[in-house]
Design a protein around this ligand. Sequence first.
Ligand code: SF4
Length: 615
Amino acid sequence: MGWNKKVLRVNLTAGTCTPEPLNMEWANDYLGSRGLASKYLVEEIDPKVDPLSPDNKMIMSTGPLTGTMASTGGRYTVVTKSPLTGAIACSNSGGYFGAEMKFAGWDMVIFEGKSPKPVYLYLENDKAELRDAAHLWGKTCWETEETIKATHQDPLIRISSIGGAGENGVLYAAIVNDLHRAAGRSGVGTVMGSKNLKAVAIRGTQGVSGIKDFPAFLAAANAGKKVLADNAVTGQGLPKYGTQVLMNVINEMGALPTRNHRDVQFEEAGRISGEAMHEKRQSDGKTHLVTNAACFGCTIACGRISRIDETHFSVKNSPKYWGANGGLEYEAAWALGAANGVGDLEALQYANLLCNEHGMDPISFGATVGAAMELYDLGILSKEQIGLDARFGSAEALCKLVEMTAHGEGFGKELGMGSGRMCAKYGRPDLSMSVKNQEFPAYDSRGIQGMGLAYATSNRGACHLRGYTVASEVLGIPVKTDPLTTDGKADLVKAFQDATGVFDAAGICIFTSFAWTLADVQPQIQAACEGDWSMDKLNLVGERIWNMERQFNLAAGLTAKDDDLPPRLKTEPAKTGPAKGLVNGLDKMKPEYYKVRGWTPEGVPEKATLERLGL
Ligand code: SF4
């Protein structure tokens, strides 16, 4: 069956934990994780709710393949209304936490209300308790994990928690699990902090049972693993270089946003690339990279484990950062590096560690620093206002600013608002490189045109994980398309957005899609879940999830005007590289996209579209 068919409802105001059956009618329409949790959210909250009020809810959810032997089947999702964007938020994370929730017998946990004092949820199979977290409040995510494991004398408990960023209202606070994995984007950790919920600790010993046709599932899962192993990206590139394999590739394409998107190529990209992580340092003769690592059940193992140079200025007096730690991944390396013009690999890893330790999204943080550096460069912000010399390329400034933001000190408070609010405050909203107030990830849409449309129309604000046309436009997966043209991108973006909804709802990692199409996932879902899960049905599920999220956003007050890019990307041509002279052609693609989606020119789903999708 794939699902445990059990939901835990936690009312933080009343301090109660109540089990209830999973709505299987909804599971049949939305599969699980992102899809199913979003269905619960849209049914249960007012779309206009203040995201940080007790009336907002936060749902942690697994998918039917989470915890199974499907490769990468360890994902879990956090769904809520975002304080950063005002749109629906859905962030997912790997590691081991999601599988543990499944092993404890639950599909999802719904948090509602607000606890009068800090608490954490302790979940041990059927046992669910809210426990006092006064002693954990103020602790980092790393300290919280260590303390809870020691309290329960069980090193195998899996924990998701917030750090200072979530406690102090940084609008892009993350929820961190297994020390270095995070539901990172859209401020889901900020919502958790607003509820006085410090952590969720889970121990499950029941395994996953009830797979519908186990021999067929095993055969399908094994066939899928072979496809991943035989593929050059998932079988070789990602295990060896991690997602960082992209740094030099994207730079050469002229699509690496640099210095707040002023440039599209970074002259020091090679120094912060996946290849550089393999090179021996001059200082100590060691490589930055120690080994690769995998999330639960993953046969790709793209994760990076690195060791920072002990003599580097950022850590030379802080031995706690000297050991092997998680990172750097491509998005963090870009946001903390190229986005600010910083080419110091050790500084990026230090900033990345602080983001993990204190629970902050490194993409939004790094990109917000990039915007602040541009304001400084233009003389709009002074050294006195920021408290330091924040010139582009300053590793010292990056390291200091990450500390200030994590601790809510000085100008760090302004960085914690995100680039949209910060740039608006200083009269230059156009300098926020964001959509719906969420900062861009690591692809410049002048060099990869389809990504401009994917960013502009993403239901959770700018994001690469909602429609990763980079796969097609750069890597030729599943077919090669020209990154410099807008032709055909409306169809391409829709196809990627809908398919991604299914991958997310199933509980698997989107990086499988470098090798898998939906046709590789379908037999696994079909064998695991009761009912019929044909390709046609899965395609509908993906499209239904997208339109449901869209409906929520429209009801929350967002409009077609919010499906837009910053003026820089539409009016300032790329200065170098293959895209030299190009701007993004969003204004041509957007009407085509609305049409392909079956939406009105105002971006509202047509009645016939909603009826076809059963919405
Ligand atoms: S591919 Fe990477 S991020 Fe995805 S599950 Fe595997 S190790 Fe985790």
